[in-house]
Design a protein around this ligand. Structure first.
Ligand code: SF4
Ligand code: SF4
Length: 80
């Protein structure tokens, strides 16, 4: 019984850690003009253009924030 409880706690902790480490970077699509500047600087190829707007794949993003500084339209933000 005690082992089951410990296993549940470990699994919940792992899920919480995964949620915390997921990317918080996102594109404000209204401000994006589809220039692709962010795509060319992303080291993990996490950004794609979809219908002329940049979209970030949170699974590939490592939160380096390079794309934020590359966007002259200030379309890329970070959730704090
Ligand atoms: S650099 Fe900014 S404006 Fe250009 S595609 Fe990326 S998010 Fe959009
Ligand atoms: S924060 Fe870094 S890894 Fe994530 S999308 Fe921007 S440039 Fe790519």
């Amino acid at each position: 019984m005690k082992i089951k409880l410990i296993m549940v706690i470990v699994i919940l902790a792992a899920i919480s850690l995964f949620a915390i480490t997921k990317s918080n970077i996102f594109v404000e699509s209204n401000s994006c003009v589809g220039c692709s500047d962010c795509i060319s600087v992303c080291p993990t190829n996490a950004i794609k253009l979809l219908d002329g707007k940049a979209v970030i794949d949170a699974e590939l993003c490592i939160d380096c924030e390079i794309c934020i500084t590359s966007c002259t339209y200030r379309a890329i933000r970070k959730n704090i």
